[in-house]
Structures are given as structure tokens and as C-alpha cells.
Design a protein around this ligand. Structure first.
Ligand code: SF4
Ligand code: SF4
Length: 103
């Protein structure tokens, strides 16, 4: 019983994580895409979309293409801040508008 509950919780958390990640529009704005991009920001296969080439280990000291150093941090910790073209961000939108359950 205990094991099943742990497995259920783990599955639930995985689904929640996938839902959260799936909301990203891959616009690249939070990675400086419309300003001075992080050197790890790469264009994706779909026009206007980007991805991080070190996503699984992205947090920590990083550099922009112009050479400025900054800390890559979880998005939740910068949601209250401003960045260039942040109006594109789905998570910022979620602060003021209820998300549909399935996007
Ligand atoms: S390291 Fe951080 S800032 Fe740089 S592209 Fe990846 S997620 Fe964006
Ligand atoms: S600004 Fe928001 S929607 Fe755009 S890539 Fe960053 S997290 Fe995703």
C-alpha cells in the first residue's frame, strides 16, 4: 500500500512537471533571446522557437554572447522580474490569467 502511494505520488509529480514544462512557448525571451542571448540558447526546428543546449544542468554561472556573466536560475524565482519581451512568457501570463487545464 505504502509503495503504491509512493509510486502514485511520483507519477503525479511527473505529470505535474510535464504540464508545467509543456506550458513554455520556447520563445527564448527569458534567456535573452530578444536582447543579449545566453550562449546556450539555440534555435529549434520550429521557426521562432528555441531550446537550451544544456537544459538538464542549466543552473549556475552562465555567459551571454556578448560576454556578460549571469546566473541561470529556476524560472519561478524570476517570474516577478522584468526581461525584454517578457509579455511573450506563458508563465507570466499565468500570473494574471487562469490557464486552461490542457494547453
Ligand atoms: S543556460 Fe539558462 S539562460 Fe542559458 S539558454 Fe539555458 S536555460 Fe536559458
Ligand atoms: S519567456 Fe516564458 S514562455 Fe518564453 S521561453 Fe522563457 S519560460 Fe518559456
Amino acid at each position: 500500500m505504502g509503495i503504491n502511494r509512493e509510486a502514485d505520488y511520483s507519477e503525479y509529480m511527473s505529470r505535474q512537471e510535464a504540464l508545467w514544462e509543456g506550458r513554455c512557448r520556447r520563445c527564448g525571451a527569458c534567456c535573452g533571446g530578444f536582447d543579449d542571448p545566453c550562449e546556450h540558447l539555440r534555435p529549434g526546428n520550429t521557426s521562432g522557437q528555441y531550446y537550451c543546449d544544456i537544459y538538464e544542468m542549466r543552473f549556475g554561472l552562465r555567459r551571454t554572447v556578448s560576454g556578460k556573466e549571469f546566473n541561470c536560475v529556476p524560472l519561478r524565482s524570476i517570474l516577478h522580474k522584468h526581461w525584454v519581451s517578457d509579455y511573450l512568457c506563458a508563465y507570466k501570463e499565468g500570473l494574471t490569467r487562469t490557464w486552461p487545464e490542457n494547453i
